[in-house]
Structure formats: C-alpha cells, structure tokens
Design a binder for this molecule. Structure first.
Ligand code: SIN
Ligand code: MN
Length: 217
C-alpha cells in the first residue's frame, strides 16, 4: 500500500495517542474499499446489539482476521466466526498488516480488524477497548470516508474530554498510557468525503487479542 512518510506529520495530543493526518493516499484508501467491497457478500455487515438490553448499535460491523469482535445479549467478546454466516473471517488485508508493523513496532501481528460502518446518523458512545489480553499492544485505527468527530476522554468514564476530527486517510493509535482511554464518536459529518459511493464512514481498528508471550490464552 502506498503511503506518505509516517514520521513527518505525527500529532500527539496526549501521551500515547498518536494521529497521522492523511497518512493513507487516496489510492491506498480506494484499494482498501475495493477489497472490502469484494468480500462484503460473504462477510456482510451485521447489526450488533448491547449486552443485556439487546438495543442495536447505530453502527454496523464486520471483521477480518483470526478473531473478530462481536456483541450480543451474551456480552462482548472475540469470536473466530461471523455471527450470521458461521464462516471464518477473511484475512486482514496485507497493507493493513504492514501498516501495523510499521507504526506500532509491536512484535506480533494483529489478530483482529474490526470494521465499523457509520451511516449519516450513527455514533458511538464513550467506551474503553478492554476485551484484549495484551494491553501493551496498541489499538490502531484507520478512518475512511466522511469525517468524524472523535471524542477522547481519560482513564475514568467521568472527567474531561477533548474532541478532534478524523478525516479519510487519517490513522490514529491509542497505546501506552492512552491504551485504556475512553473514546467514542460524537457524530459524522455527511458529505465531507467522496470515497464511499453512498457516503458514510468506515473505521477499521487493528488489535492484538491474545498475549503472544503465552501459548494458550
Ligand atoms: C471504535 O472505538 O471501535 C471506533 C472508533 C472510530 O470509529 O473511530
Ligand atoms: Mn473503541
């Protein structure tokens, strides 16, 4: 995947939160969208629901990799199969694996790539990513399509937050002291990108789920 130089334009709003604005070229973004479009028939978006209440999320999801994040009445967890089709998830595209290796420096590959699709009214409440074992591994996030207003909090649900925009091609990492920061999406700004034919936003998050230092976890 072609990309601009990773180190030149890195923002670090708080320690451990890194943003590379416009890191992915338009060509690289189109390549990723084409890959997802090819696979969508066999790996369709599904509507996750909140544990206990069964309330549907406003985003729809699918996954790539050995493990995928799912949520239903039973809870949040990683599974190796799509909840609707029962098929194994398709592999994480090579370009994204290379991006993880280049930006995170983590000594094991990502196991999960969660794809969230945001329509014009979708959002995501403040939450922590804490279903993964090795918390020394960062979460790497790639934004495609319409710009989103991203909200970044602290390590407690209550407390001050800040917001910034994530545009198509931006890459963000939550690692180190920011790994467990609360975060969410306030809203997307419809019509801000021409990348997706029908508009909306795709977010991809690459995660290491199991601890590479331990055999069975
Ligand atoms: C997430 O926290 O899973 C998604 C964040 C985003 O859409 O940028
Ligand atoms: Mn998250």
């Amino acid at each position: 995947m072609s990309k601009k130089t990773a180190t030149l334009n890195t923002l670090e709003p708080v320690p451990g939160t890194k943003v590379w604005p416009g890191l992915l070229s338009r060509e690289a973004q189109e390549e990723l969208v084409a890959t997802f479009r090819e696979q969508i028939a066999e790996n369709p978006l599904y509507q996750p629901t909140m544990p206990k209440t069964g309330k549907p999320f406003s985003v729809s999801m699918t996954n790539f990799g050995d493990l995928g994040w799912v949520s239903d009445r039973t809870g949040y967890r990683y599974e190796d199969r799509h909840p609707a089709t029962g098929r194994l998830w398709p592999p994480i595209p090579e370009g994204l694996r290379a991006l993880w290796a280049g930006l995170t420096g983590y000594d094991a590959p990502p196991e999960a790539c969660l794809l969230n699709y945001y329509g014009p009214h979708a959002k995501m409440g403040l939450h922590q990513d804490r279903d993964e074992k090795p918390l020394d591994a960062p979460v790497l996030s790639i934004s495609l399509g319409d710009t989103a207003i991203f909200r970044l909090g602290g390590l407690e649900r209550k407390g001050t937050t800040q917001s910034f925009k994530l545009a198509s091609g931006d890459v963000m990492m939550l690692g180190g002291p920011s790994r467990l920061r609360f975060h969410g999406i306030d809203r997307i700004l419809p019509g801000t990108s021409t990348l997706l034919e029908k508009g909306g936003r795709l977010n991809l998050t690459l995660r290491r789920v199991t601890d590479p230092a331990r055999a069975n976890n």
